[in-house]
Design a binder for this molecule. Sequence first.
Ligand SMILES: [Zn+2]
Length: 163
Amino acid sequence: MCNNLSMFKIIKLCEKKDVINSIDSSEYKKQRVIELINLCDKENRQWLYIELTREQLGEIILPQHIHNKSEIIDIYGVKVKDFNYKNFGKNCECKKSINYFSDTNNISTLILSLGKIKGVNIDDGYDGLHNNPLKLYHLDGLHRMLGYYKQSNNNKVRAYIAW
Ligand SMILES: [Zn+2]
């Protein structure tokens, strides 16, 4: 295994089908996540199931996020810990979703990539992101990771990562 992985608490190696089976979203959103997972496949990445520290959760890079036609995160992306909660404007849905996940013990698995994935369509929101091969990038679970990060207790957050 490459050195980039030494910073993570690895639980197990896993397969693409495990990652796809973990997606808990609407059918439309699920298809979009599967497209991203397929791009990881094209890069011959493998999947790991890991446990994140709170610090690692805060360092995850989020892509552009448009919710109900409002741009909540711009094309340059933002780290979870640097997300600006003033960005909501009149968009209550996004805020509501994050608040929901900041107040639940039901922690579900995130999907991430180590380093930015290539070959993503311009409208996927990853295009403007700087690539750092040592950083984790969001693939699924944007509202969840912001909500979990707000939690003050030590719930264990786990993630599938494509490396
Ligand atoms: Zn949102």
